[in-house]
Design a protein. Structure first.
Lengths: 204, 204
DNA sequence: CCTACCGATCGGTAGG
DNA sequence: CCTACCGATCGGTAGG
């Protein structure tokens, strides 16, 4: 265990503000959330927030850099187990969905709010932290049991991210609106299609 | 050709307002766009807008119901050609990407704005129009040459939508931030993985 | 950390 | 279709 420093009063207040802003912004969007709402929910006066953040934009920036789903996922990628490609991919899909699901729908709204209201201005920074990790995973994938088709590894990774992220997004947003036939065991089927798609076909 | 009625003055003004609002909202988001901005861009006074729409929300609703990507795509689905599953899927992917790409990045922003700022409130209505079309396509898919694996057709369709939509979204938003290895021929690879994933494996 | 305030801008309406 | 206005709310700051 890593020993945590006791947070100072200022650090605690800062966290309170971020928690409050996180809840409101992921629920209402950035422009629709006022500094007054954030202050009230944090149990502070409006002016006090400006002792911790110079502007509303800076509050949002701090949230993105500390809580964006892509950043939340980074530590998880290293700990996925699996002997074969099959096992590894299935474990990864379920671990990621589980992790993201714990914070539903806040994380997805944070992601989309950043894209819509800031035109993805923070994405290069966020993505920069992700890429090396993804390439590591691609490398690892090549060393597992199971013959992979001749598809560039980074593309394979991107397709994997797509498979499960799209599942997650549609499930969160359209779930109740979809007919049941589109939902039953969907994640398992998605993973199955993906695996079948990247592995060399065995002679039946 | 279907003969179009001459639009009345009121209809033309309405369209001018929607065009103006569409441009601003897809660029800035809903909350960040004011009725005054919309009026100015449309060459009208603020008050005049309220002769055509009862509220700001109604302006947005009209835009979603007439221009949401899912609704834009509907007419396209029926005209996809292809003798084999392989051909059909490839044609569909490229046709859809081409159609969506023509309106980039407005369409994607419209979609995401609706989700973030309205919590997908209009989605059931939009989706309702899509489902019968998708099921038609699923039916057609079964009749093409090429043996499909035993995966429920609606799931197969959802996975397809996911494949190309995720390609489209990541390309639009992360394109420049991605390393080249993640981008080269990505759509073709995605389609390849998908096709390999849904077709019964041939004995080599 | 709070109170009290600033100018600006918002969605919407009355009246013509 | 416009002018002129309403009350409400915004992000941010001065001063203590």
């Amino acid at each position: 265990m890593v020993k945590q420093k006791e947070p100072s009063k200022g650090e605690r207040t800062r966290k309170t503000i971020l928690d409050s802003a996180y809840g409101l912004i992921t629920e209402q969007g950035y422009a629709a959330t006022s500094m007054r709402q954030i202050a009230e929910k944090a149990g502070l006066s409006l002016g006090s927030i400006y002792n911790h953040f110079p502007s509303k934009q800076d509050v949002f920036k701090a949230i993105v850099l500390e809580r964006h789903p892509m950043i939340q996922i980074i530590p998880l990628l290293g700990s996925i187990q699996g002997r074969t490609v099959d096992e590894f991919v299935q474990n990864a899909a379920h671990a990621l969905i589980k992790q993201l699901g714990r914070h539903q729908p806040e994380l997805i709204n944070l992601m989309l709010t950043e894209i819509v209201e800031f035109k993805g201005a923070h994405m290069p920074l966020v993505f920069e932290k992700m890429v090396p990790r993804m390439l590591q995973v691609a490398e690892r994938l090549s060393q597992l049991d199971g013959e992979l088709r001749p598809i560039p590894r980074p593309i394979m990774l991107r397709a994997f991210a797509g498979t499960f992220l799209f599942y997650y997004v549609t499930e969160s947003l359209l779930g109740p609106a979809m007919p049941p036939e589109m939902r039953a065991n969907a994640l398992d089927h998605f993973v199955d299609i993906y695996l079948h798609g990247i592995l060399v076909k065995e002679t039946a």
